[in-house]
Ligand binder design. Structure first.
Ligand code: TYM
Length: 321
């Protein structure tokens, strides 16, 4: 089973990224053929600052490794190091119906948030389909916000196969029910572009400030509260064990849940979960040459796989004469 997923180096990675995708990928390391990559070409649709993109890419790599990804147990690389993906993207573009892309809400959401409506942003899902199909992935773990993009990848695989003969595996999305949409501190989906994130590697006072800013309602401590409509409760659920969550649930339903106290508890849990990774990240970042070597080795492995698919595609569509 080939499992594949990518992440954009377009800002600090946050706990939505962690629970939506990174954790799943890391936990699949032993049992599957795993493909993990940093999608710098996708990030170019929103980051036009050389320094920011270059350092962001190295940082995202350090993040993944610090959280436990073992580059010897997977293929781990930077998307632009395997430029074959751009050629496949072009081939897929020529069979991508405009209507299919026009229906993608992620494009509309990003434009509404102020990202320039470029052609690259519009064709983002086609590049993502190329990422997935190039490596013949069976399963793609993502957060719910990427569900529609996965449908585009599936549609294009099916269309290509029908038109040119069996070529691509039709990928399945893997979206976990409990972590499909991790809420941000304001209750909307946690997202770099909403400025509502809890970054995985934030520490000390800055982290405390972010956690204390989680928005809650004004219900007094002793009054019952609705856990299903509480952002803080949903975040606690990601970190607290089952027994503690049962206690917290009962405090919500019967009265006695103190938001301030729970936020401090969440802060402790965050530090417990990510404390070691934060130290490891510093070690990785202190040796960028080593990071580059890990990524270069990964790119070689990825390229080998990519070439096999691309040769087949070239032949199927008539680019071999
Ligand atoms: P990116 O970097 O925007 O997001 C990376 C992953 O994090 C998930 N995610 C969330 N999950 C739950 N709750 C949230 N609040 C939350 N915020 C983000 C995203 O769903 C994603 O899984 N387009 C992809 C990158 C990509 C890709 C690919 C993924 C490019 N090519 C090929 C899979 C396969 C993206 O959203 O990146």
């Amino acid at each position: 089973m080939k499992i594949l997923s990518g992440i954009q180096p377009s800002g600090q990675l946050h706990i939505g990224n962690y629970f939506g995708m990174m954790q799943t990928m890391i936990s699949n390391m032993e049992s599957s053929e795993l493909y993990v990559f940093i999608v710098d070409l996708h990030a170019l649709t929103s980051v036009h600052d050389r320094e920011k993109l270059a350092t962001g890419t190295l940082e995202a790599a350090a993040d993944f490794l610090a959280l436990g990804l073992d580059p010897d147990k997977c293929i781990f690389w930077v998307q632009s190091d395997v430029p074959e993906v751009c050629e496949l993207m072009w081939a897929l573009s020529t069979i991508s119906p405009m209507g299919l892309l026009e229906r993608c809400h992620s494009y509309k959401d990003k434009v509404a948030k102020g990202i320039a409506p470029s052609h690259g942003l519009f064709s983002y899902p086609v590049l993502m389909a190329a990422d997935i199909l190039l490596y013949q992935a069976d399963r793609v773990p993502v957060g719910k916000d990427q569900k529609q993009h996965l449908e585009v990848a599936r549609d294009l695989a099916i269309k290509f196969n029908n038109q040119y003969g069996e070529t691509f595996v039709v990928p399945e999305p893997a979206i976990s029910e409990t972590t499909a949409i991790v809420p941000g501190i304001d209750g909307q989906k946690m997202s770099k572009s909403y400025g509502n994130t809890i970054p995985i590697f934030l520490e000390g006072k800055q982290l405390k400030k972010r956690v204390m800013a989680i928005e809650t309602d004004a219900t007094p401590v002793e009054m019952p509260k609705d856990p299903d409509n509480c952002n803080l409760y949903k975040l606690m659920q990601l970190f607290a064990d089952k027994e503690r969550m049962e206690q917290i649930h009962s405090l919500y339903v019967n009265g006695g849940a103190a938001y301030g106290y729970l936020k401090l508890e969440l802060l402790d849990l965050l530090n417990e979960k990510f404390g070691k990774a934060r130290e490891k990240k510093k070690e990785y970042l202190s040796d960028p040459q080593m990071l580059r070597a890990i990524l270069a080795k990964g790119a070689d492995k990825a390229r080998e796989k990519a070439t096999v698919t691309l040769d087949l595609v070239r032949d199927r569509i008539g680019l071999s004469y």
